[in-house]
Ligand binder design. Structure first.
Ligand SMILES: Cc1ncc(COP(=O)(O)O)c(C=O)c1O
Length: 387
């Protein structure tokens, strides 16, 4: 039995989304900008997906710009706003310290171009405090970017409150909703924001498709220049099959969200309760109150998370450390670090993220496996330490 508990990294395609990608790849090969029948068929598929994505967000279809995914959408929001405001006195950008690299590294790049940037830290619950945001936003702030749900610990941020603070100072508000879209209600009007990024492959759609929601009237310069695609906002021949798959995934998310949130939330809670009960020395990281229903991040005392990840993988269970492992060097998670955790805790934490195809049997298998694996790794560490 193979268990996939890494839905926050990416999700499997739903059968219906897969079918629409295949159908569009095979049948809708026309260029959506062409005036003839083939082009208009492709354009109709784009329009249909635009309506589906707009319905998912309570937005107007004309406000949806299709992109290649979450990273491009975040870049477009931040760089597009910065480029539009470059010549004004607003040359300051604010983000939370627990953003995805798509936001953090974009701010860094703009910092090198002379923009002032401020990162707002979080407390040990992993929630951004609106008061902290209020302290740093000024009349020179161009844009505030705070993610809706965190990818590592799942905490949901008080976006509406933070947006109100940004707007009091005349700044734009962007939210990276890549991990919340499709899992919990995302309503751009009640969030009171200007820009929102989403990505299809995080809610059972295809990779390489996403969108930026741009509130009507918001001035953004395009990131990708060229033809007049996407109402002059994102040039390039549209990826019709991927966008068709995104549309189907959006419709399914609307139809199934309430039911799936309850089902997956119960599985996640069963996993958490089982681990806390069966494995001594375990702690949940981040607020358990304000979270997306599919995610838990658990610290295992005296266990190297990477070793546990590999041990689980050998048993057929896929999970993740929140941290990036590049060239063999394990980088401590910037999210857990920003929450003020000591180094050992940032390196003994694993993320379990569930989704559409997760089952109770899978949860029970993981809960049954963990006590033995953890105990074995702890014994090894003790032996190495005493050798
Ligand atoms: C919060 C968040 N933002 C942005 C991204 C990037 O999205 P994409 O993989 O579609 O570029 C991810 C993906 O891991 C994410 O979790």
């Amino acid at each position: 039995m193979r268990v996939y508990f890494d839905y926050n990294a990416t999700t499997p395609l739903s059968p219906e989304a897969a079918e629409s990608v295949i159908r569009a790849t095979r049948d809708l090969f026309g260029n959506a900008s062409s005036v003839h029948h083939f082009g208009q068929q492709a354009k109709a598929a784009l329009d249909d997906s635009r309506s589906a994505v707009a319905a998912l967000l309570n937005a107007d279809p004309s406000e949806i710009v299709f992109t290649s995914g979450g990273t491009e959408s975040d870049n477009f929001a931040i760089r597009g706003a910065a480029d539009a405001l470059e010549a004004t006195r607003r040359r300051h950008l604010v983000a939370s310290a627990i953003e995805h690299e798509a936001v953090l590294n974009t701010l860094k790049a703009l910092g090198r171009r002379g923009w002032k940037t401020t990162l707002v830290t979080v407390d040990e619950t992993g929630v951004v405090s609106p008061d902290r945001v209020r302290e740093v936003v000024t009349d020179e702030t161009a844009l505030v970017s705070v993610m809706h749900a965190n990818n590592e610990i799942g905490t949901v941020q008080p976006i509406a409150e933070i947006a109100a603070i940004a707007h009091e100072r005349g700044a734009l508000m962007h939210t990276d909703a890549v991990q919340s879209t499709g899992k919990i209600p995302v309503d751009v009007r009640s969030l009171g924001i200007d820009l929102l990024a989403l990505s299809a492959h995080k809610f059972n759609g295809p990779k390489g498709a996403g969108a930026l929601w741009v509130k009507r009237g918001t001035r953004l310069l395009p990131l990708v220049t060229g033809g007049k695609h996407e109402r002059n906002r994102r040039a390039g021949t549209e990826n019709v099959p991927a966008v068709a798959g995104l549309g189907v995934a959006a419709r399914q998310a609307v139809a199934k969200m309430a039911q799936e949130a309850t089902r997956v939330g119960a599985l996640r809670d069963r996993l958490e309760d089982g681990v806390l009960r069966q494995v001594p020395g375990t702690t949940i990281n981040g607020s358990r109150g304000s979270r997306i229903p599919n995610t838990t991040n658990i610290s295992f005392d005296r266990v190297e998370a990477e070793s546990l990840l590999i041990a689980l993988d050998l048993e057929g269970v896929a999970v993740s450390t929140g941290s990036a492992c590049s060239s063999g060097a394990l980088e401590p998670s910037h999210v857990l670090r920003a929450m003020g955790f000591p180094a050992h805790r940032t390196q003994n934490s694993l993320r379990f993220s569930l989704g559409l195809f997760s089952t109770g049997d899978e949860v029970d298998r993981v809960v049954a496996l963990l006590p033995g694996l953890v105990e074995k790794l702890r014994r090894l560490t003790r032996r190495t330490a005493s050798a």
